[in-house]
Design a protein around this ligand. Structure first.
Ligand code: 1GP
Length: 248
C-alpha cells in the first residue's frame, strides 16, 4: 500500500464511497472489541477508526494493541487527545476542531502531538473536523468545550468547510457526535459537497443502512458508524451498511 490516504482515495474512486467502522477502545466495549474487529474483517468494511473523547480506565493502549492484532484492514487513529497516541496505527487523522474556537483543539494538542508523531514516523492525514449539533450533548462537545455548529445553517457549514479546504485539509469530517439523535442532514452534506472539493467523512447518529446510503447520495465520500454496532443483535448489520455505502 502506497499510503493509507491513497488507499482511501482508491476506495472512493472504485466503490463510490467507503464504509468505516469506529471502534471506541473504552471500558464499556471491552467484551465486544475483538468480535467487532473480526466482523469488520468479514463484512466489506474498508477501514477502522479507533478513538474516543473520554477513556474510563487505564487500558486504552492494551485495547488498541488487541484491535491492531486482529484487524485485517487499515486501522486509523481518530484522536480524542494527545494522550491517546501510540505506534500501533497505520495512519492518523491529524485533526483540527475547526468548528470550535478553543485554541487547545485548534492548535494546542497538535503542537504537543507533532514531534511524537514525527518520531514514530506515522502517516498523518490533515483533517478538518466540524462538529454539528446532533440533538444530544455529545462527549466531544463537553470535552472540547466548544459549541457545535447549527444543523439548519448550510451557509455557516459551507463557510467552515471552505476554510478547511483553503487551509489544505485533505479530508473534512462532518460530525454529529457519537450517539447523536439527528445525523448530519443531507442538506448540509449537499451544500458542502457542491462548494468544496475535499472528500467528506460523515458520522454520528447514522442508525440504518438507508440513512448511510442517503448521505452517500448527498455527497459523502466516507460513512462512519460506531454506536449502532455496539451490542447489536444483528450480526449482518455491518455487511448491510457496507453494501448500502458501496451502492449494493
Ligand atoms: C463518532 O462519527 C462517529 O465520532 C460515529 O458516531 O457512534 O453515533 O455512530 P456514532
Amino acid at each position: 500500500m502506497d499510503s493509507v490516504f491513497q488507499y482511501l482515495q482508491d476506495i472512493k474512486s472504485k466503490k463510490g464511497a467507503g464504509y468505516i467502522v469506529l471502534i471506541d477502545p473504552d471500558k464499556k466495549n471491552d467484551d465486544s472489541l475483538i468480535n467487532q474487529v473480526e466482523t469488520a474483517n468479514n463484512s466489506g468494511v474498508d477501514a477502522l477508526f479507533v478513538g474516543g473523547s473520554l477513556m474510563m480506565d487505564s487500558h486504552h493502549h492494551d485495547r488498541v494493541a488487541q484491535i491492531k492484532k486482529h484487524s485485517e484492514i487499515p486501522t486509523i487513529f481518530f484522536p480524542g487527545g494527545v494522550n491517546q497516541i501510540n505506534n500501533q496505527y497505520d495512519a492518523m487523522l491529524f485533526m483540527s476542531l475547526l468548528s470550535g474556537r478553543n485554541p487547545q483543539y485548534l492548535i494546542g494538542e497538535q503542537v504537543v502531538a507533532a514531534p511524537i508523531v514525527n518520531d514514530m514516523g506515522m502517516e498523518v492525514i490533515p483533517t478538518g473536523y466540524l462538529l454539528f449539533d446532533g440533538g444530544a450533548h455529545s462527549t466531544v462537545e463537553v470535552i472540547s468545550g466548544t459549541k457545535p455548529l447549527p444543523m439548519n445553517r448550510p451557509d455557516i457549514a459551507v463557510a467552515h468547510a471552505l476554510a478547511a479546504e483553503y487551509m489544505g485539509k485533505k479530508l473534512i469530517y462532518l460530525e454529529a457526535g457519537s450517539g447523536a439523535i439527528e445525523a448530519i442532514s443531507t442538506d448540509i452534506i449537499r451544500s458542502i459537497a457542491s462548494e468544496t472539493n475535499v472528500p467528506l467523512i460523515v458520522g454520528g447518529g447514522i442508525k440504518t443502512p438507508k440513512a448511510a446510503q442517503e448521505r452517500v447520495e448527498a455527497g459523502a465520500s466516507f460513512i462512519v458508524t460506531g454506536t449502532v454496532l455496539e451490542d447489536n443483535g444483528d450480526s449482518n448489520l455491518m455487511k448491510k451498511f457496507a453494501d448500502a455505502v458501496h451502492g449494493g
